[in-house]
Ligand binder design. Structure first.
Ligand SMILES: C/C(=C\CNc1ncnc2c1ncn2[C@@H]1O[C@H](COP(=O)(O)O)[C@@H](O)[C@H]1O)CO
Length: 229
């Protein structure tokens, strides 16, 4: 309700229907909220009927001829054979490897792409793809539509996804959410630091070490990440 000096001229309908010269509104936060909302709606709509799924993360820079890429393909394949859709970031490297394995095994290969400053597109092994502008919307989808995470060797992006999941499990925002780190040599230093620094200095508890598993074995990784589903 508006009275006295607060009364605006014209009606809301008039303001809606008027041709506007300025397009400043297009770049304001209220409009961004609508775009964010539409990303949630699009993501929920596309993924709601996915069925059982596991999100696989890992470096965008993993070389196609590397053992890590091969492990990613085998993980994607084994998950698909076990009846799980494979969700990745839809990019190159380890993401492509997991999508490739899932696709080649006849499973559902999902890519949740992210708009980046350079043109990129979803990798060619993605069968169901959704592109996001906002990382945080996309991260919601990785957690909401998967029953666990497998994390291949990766950099900042992979660490971001790993620590988001660990925080959600630690704070019980999600329950029954297995997290498997694939590659003992790669992740060993991080686990040592968690034990020797975080836990030793009281910034995490010893029980937090049970929030994740570490393995080099594809079958074990798949068994661990799917066993609570
Ligand atoms: C670096 C290059 C391409 C980046 N393209 C990406 N496409 C999709 N998703 C990505 C991309 N880069 C990072 N991500 C997300 O973070 C994780 C990988 O990040 P990292 O720093 O490489 O570990 C991954 O799981 C994605 O979700 C050109 O090659």
């Amino acid at each position: 309700m508006r009275r006295r000096g607060q009364v605006q001229s014209g009606t809301t309908d008039q303001r809606l229907l008027d041709t506007q010269d300025s397009t400043d509104w297009l770049h304001g936060d209220p409009w961004r909220v609508m775009r964010i909302q539409s990303e949630f709606v699009e993501g929920f709509g596309a993924l709601a009927e996915l069925g059982p799924a596991i999100s696989v993360f890992g470096s965008a820079r993993t070389a196609i001829d590397s053992p890590e890429y091969e492990a990613g393909v085998r993980i994607g394949r084994t998950l698909a054979e076990a009846g799980f859709a494979v969700i990745t970031g839809g990019g190159p490297g380890a993401m492509e490897a997991a999508n490739r394995g899932a696709l080649e095994a006849g499973g559902l290969s999902v890519g949740l792409g992210i708009e980046l400053p350079f043109e990129q597109g979803l990798n060619r092994y993605v069968d169901m793809g959704v592109n996001f502008r906002y990382f945080f919307v996309r991260k919601t989808m990785f957690v909401k539509y998967a029953q666990g995470f497998v994390v291949l060797p990766g950099g900042f992006g992979t660490l971001d996804e790993l620590f988001e999941a660990l925080t959600l499990v630690q704070t019980k925002k999600v329950t029954r959410f297995p997290i498997v780190l694939f590659g003992t040599a790669y992740w060993g230093g991080l686990v040592d630091w968690v034990r020797g620094t975080l836990i030793a200095e009281g910034k995490a508890s010893r029980a937090d070490l049970e929030l994740f598993h570490v393995t080099d074995d594809v079958d074990e990784a798949v068994a661990l990440v799917t066993k609570e589903v």
